[in-house]
Design a protein around this ligand. Structure first.
Ligand code: SAH
Ligand code: AVI
Length: 326
């Protein structure tokens, strides 16, 4: 471990935030491609995390509400499968909203570790959790989970590990990336440990496109904030008003794509490098893959995991899966 310091109420805080040079490299490489693209993990500065929280409160983004409803219904099943004294590790923990339900359902959980790339948001959420769950050991790890995370070097309490990965964040990766990520999480499991993961389901284009282009414009602000972040952190001069938000369902690849569309021909610089875009050209900023139950099972199997149980809402919009090492 390179650094370890305790923030208020936390049993440990490990700061492995990637250096700014990685953000710069991703942006310069992505903007130089024929189809410009930037990985979605860069949405999440403090403002991006706050905007994501606002998205979850919109009427159109059914994802969070639906998953919270399923968690309410299955609390008893989860408590039984996890058993007493479980230790929950939550990659991409964000505001740690769903964890409240899980920790409340579990029988005397021994610990909780939140892991997220958005440092301030992570620490605030974990401190809040530590204050509310008296006696629970709460740790926070600021890291990029697409890179190796030295989980076994962290002071994690003993107990059955439950890796909790809700929100369909798995859908933000292309097939090869989602397989690698599941393999990484599998590597955190010992015999008897499990993964509880949420994945959004394929549904009508209309419902999906509205969820990713909400009528209040919050998702548009979330998407455009990436450009604000580039201007601020990477010395950019992008005219943000020259871009608009687009969300489109790609049925062939079973994913909602988010793009930033140039409204007219333009040039801009980022850290001294010049880029040109034609009117209508886009920067591809996110994929949200949607799954059938069969396809998710096949993905899990490809990563050496087996589905022991799964639960869906009545509309079949979203599914939570209990995975164990195959
Ligand atoms: N789990 C929450 C939040 C989902 S939003 C929920 O279900 O509502 C996705 C979260 O993953 C954000 O908090 C973001 O900061 C984090 N995240 C995205 N990519 C990441 C990465 N590569 N490494 C670590 N955290 C990441
Ligand atoms: C974090 N992730 C699963 C969200 C999603 O649905 O793909 C991010 C998001 N993008 C637009 N709205 C929400």
């Amino acid at each position: 471990m390179t650094s370890s310091k305790k923030a208020g109420g936390l049993s440990f805080f490990e700061d492995l935030h990637p250096p700014k040079s990685r953000f710069l490299e991703d942006v310069l490489t992505g903007l130089a491609k024929p189809q410009k693209s930037i990985p979605p993990k860069h949405f999440y500065d403090a403002r991006g995390s706050a905007l994501f929280d606002d998205i979850t409160g919109t009427d159109d983004y059914y994802v969070t509400r639906t998953e919270l409803g399923i968690l309410d219904t299955i609390a008893g099943d989860i408590a039984e499968m996890a058993g007493p004294g479980a230790v929950v590790i939550e990659p991409g923990s964000g505001s740690s909203v769903k964890i409240d339900k899980l920790l409340t359902a579990l029988d005397q959980p021994a610990g909780y570790i939140g892991l997220d790339i958005s440092r301030d948001h992570l620490v605030a959420a974990c401190e809040d959790l530590a204050a509310r769950f008296d006696g629970l050991s709460v740790g926070a790890v600021c890291a990029d989970f697409t890179q190796p995370v030295p989980i076994d070097d962290l002071p994690i309490p003993d107990g059955k590990r439950l890796v909790f990965f809700p929100g369909s964040t798995i859908g933000n990766f292309e097939p090869a990336g989602s397989k690698s990520l599941l393999e990484r999480f599998r590597g955190w499991l010992r015999a008897g440990d499990a993964i509880l993961i949420g994945a959004d389901r394929v549904k009508s284009a209309e419902v999906l496109e509205t969820a990713y282009d909400d009528t209040q414009g919050v998702t548009a602000a979330f998407n455009l904030n990436l450009l604000t972040r580039i201007n601020r952190e990477l010395n950019g001069d992008i005219d943000i008003d020259a871009f608009s938000h687009r969300a489109v369902w790609n049925s062939e690849l079973a994913r909602v794509e988010m793009h930033l569309v140039a409204e007219h021909d333009l040039t801009f610089t980022v850290s001294g490098k010049t880029f040109a875009m034609k009117m209508g050209e886009t920067i591809h900023t996110e994929n949200s893959h949607k799954f059938t139950i069969d396809r998710f099972g096949a993905l899990a199997a490809s990563a050496g995991l087996t589905v022991k149980a799964h639960w869906s809402d009545e509309r079949g919009y979203f599914t939570l899966y209990w995975l164990e090492r195959a």
